[in-house]
Design a protein around this ligand. Structure first.
Ligand SMILES: Nc1ncnc2c1ncn2[C@@H]1O[C@H](COP(=O)(O)OP(=O)(O)OP(=O)(O)O)[C@@H](O)[C@H]1O
Ligand SMILES: [Mg+2]
Ligand SMILES: [Mg+2]
Length: 509
């Protein structure tokens, strides 16, 4: 264990808790999945750092699960609550816990919408670390005696300590994977639970059909707490209803809130209005809990809600950055359905721009073999939207390594590089992928083969780093001349975080 106590030391210690690729593979082969023991273990860790689940009641937690739109919904709720906090509250301090991060791990734990500082992160990280060390045997569960929780669980545990120590009185929690067995599911009495759009993702852990996935997500509903969801595909809706009845939970299916009609939600697409609808219901329930006299007019949203929804900042989703020769469209979609949404959004943006030049795709996915099936919808959505049936002229498949020169050191690095990684890059360290696949661009080659069958006229390129991918797009654009190239950067949040870091430099966070 590192001897120092700096932010950098905290990040190194945290990275040592990542499950290595070899272990993930071994578990997958043995068919080991998270189960009820996961939440039991989280409770035991919570006890070791000095809290009982009922202590979490002080946080007035809004808990959100879903396949897509969790983070966006949480960001909307946070932004609405922030308007009340800024007026003097309640709430007086708002916590936000999300995953994954784009640029720095601190992004996952925010107070009043701002990522906690490096100093606070280091302080609370090591307080949790020390308590775990000191109370090795306090846990009722033998499985966790003496051990440390893995990466995502450690951050979840730490977030409770941060929020409780900092006097947070309303906290918004995004689940990591699933719900029933997720680390965030130690909360027993949330103020409200929200389930965003359900679809297919994390098939190994959650199952390969929407009903199995819905079962997991429904696990965040708790008796005594209202639950909300939006329109779902029938198989998912059925499971949610059934589990709500079993648990005795009042689950409401919300149609798009008519009060949003004049609210400028960005992007103005239906999926985002669903996220906003869910957020309005969740924030309203939280505010009512904090202040029983809170009773907004039924026919119009309070100004604080409108401002919160219109002014939300949620980086890496549907972002446009206009440069001299390229307009970058940046979206972290990484499932079949959300990539279709992202493609539709991109096409809409291009259509609004009279000077739109050639279309360029920069795509990365790492580690998920099913990702090759993400490409069909992406390719066809763009082709079908073009009157001449033209898709992307240039298609770049890159790895998730950020920089060309420093390679793995700044990117998703190998175990041996963890110690050498510098302050900023350590947030990107990822031991969960096979380094050989990245070096050989194995997955990118599979993508290229598929794209050739989808669109034989496309100019397909394999590029080893995000930095070089962006530079390639720029030089293609300059060659093409007067019309600005329209680039879509999508497929993974690692790609999007890396790209924003390069495009914005030090200002990225
Ligand atoms: N309700 C939705 N339905 C379908 N796609 C969505 C929805 N909301 C967002 N998306 C798409 O998914 C992307 C990721 O959104 P968001 O970060 O809110 O999802 P998430 O559930 O937090 O995903 P993650 O698995 O990355 O944590 C967005 O950029 C957008 O393209
Ligand atoms: Mg996910
Ligand atoms: Mg998320």
């Amino acid at each position: 264990m590192a001897t120092g106590r700096t932010y950098n030391d905290a990040i190194d210690a945290l990275n040592s808790l990542q499950t290595p690729y070899a272990v993930i593979e071994a578990r997958r082969k043995a068919g080991i999945r998270p189960d009820a023991a996961s939440v039991r273990e989280m409770r035991a860790y919570l006890a070791r750092i000095g809290y009982a689940p009922r202590d979490l009641d002080r946080l007035n937690i809004v808990h959100v699960a879903g396949t897509k739109g969790k983070g966006s919904t949480c960001a909307f709720v946070d932004s609405i609550l922030a308007r009340y906090q800024q007026k003097g509250g309640p709430p007086h301090r708002v916590g936000l816990f999300t995953s994954p991060h784009l640029i720095a791990v601190r992004e996952r734990i925010r107070i009043n919408s701002v990522p906690i500082s490096e100093e606070l992160f280091a302080k609370y990280f090591f307080e949790v670390w020390d308590r775990l060390e000191e109370n090795k045997d306090v846990a009722a569960d033998a499985a966790v005696s003496g051990s440390k929780p893995i990466y995502a669980r450690y951050l979840t545990l730490m977030s409770y300590h941060v929020f409780l120590s900092e006097g947070v009185d309303a906290a918004v929690y995004e689940t990591g994977i699933g719900g029933e067995f997720d680390a965030t599911n130690v909360v027993e009495r949330p103020v409200a639970s929200g389930i965003s759009t359900l679809g297919i993702d994390h098939v190994f852990v959650l199952g390969d059909t929407v009903d199995k996935i819905a079962w997991h997500k429904a696990g965040i509903m708790k008796p005594g707490s209202p639950a909300f969801t939006i329109e779902q595909v029938p198989e998912a809706a059925e499971v949610l209803k059934k589990r709500a009845v079993e648990k005795g939970v009042d689950l409401r299916f919300l149609d798009i809130d008519p009060r949003l009609v004049d609210v400028k939600i960005r992007p103005g697409a239906t999926f985002q209005k669903k996220n906003a609808t869910l957020a309005v219901a969740l924030a309203g329930t939280a505010l009512k809990r904090l202040d029983p006299s809170f009773s907004p007019r039924p026919d119009a949203l309070p100004q604080e809600f409108v401002d919160g929804l219109e002014q939300v900042v949620w980086r890496g989703r549907c972002e446009v950055k206009d440069e001299d020769s390229v307009v970058w469209h940046v979206d972290g979609a990484h499932t079949v359905d959300s990539l279709k949404m992202a493609a539709r959004w991109f096409v809409g943006e291009c259509a609004n721009r009279s000077e739109a030049g050639p279309k360029v795709l920069i795509f990365n996915q790492q580690g998920r073999t099913e990702a090759v099936d993400f490409l069909d919808g992406l390719c066809n959505t763009v082709k079908n939207a073009d009157p001449a049936g033209k898709g992307f002229e240039h298609v770049i498949f890159c790895t998730n390594v950020t920089y060309a020169a420093t390679g793995y050191k700044r990117g998703m690095c190998q175990l041996s590089d963890v110690a050498r990684a510098d302050a900023n890059s350590a947030d990107f360290v990822n031991r969960q992928h096979n380094p050989a696949d990245i070096a050989n661009m194995t997955q990118q080659r599979v993508f290229a083969e598929r794209w050739k069958t989808l669109d034989p006229s496309a100019n397909i390129m394999l590029i080893p780093s995000i930095e070089e991918a962006l530079n390639t797009a720029r030089s293609l654009a300059e060659k093409e001349g007067e019309k600005k190239a329209q680039a879509l950067i999508t497929g993974s949040l690692h790609l999007v975080g890396g790209a924003l870091g390069i495009l914005e430099g030090a200002d990225a966070l």
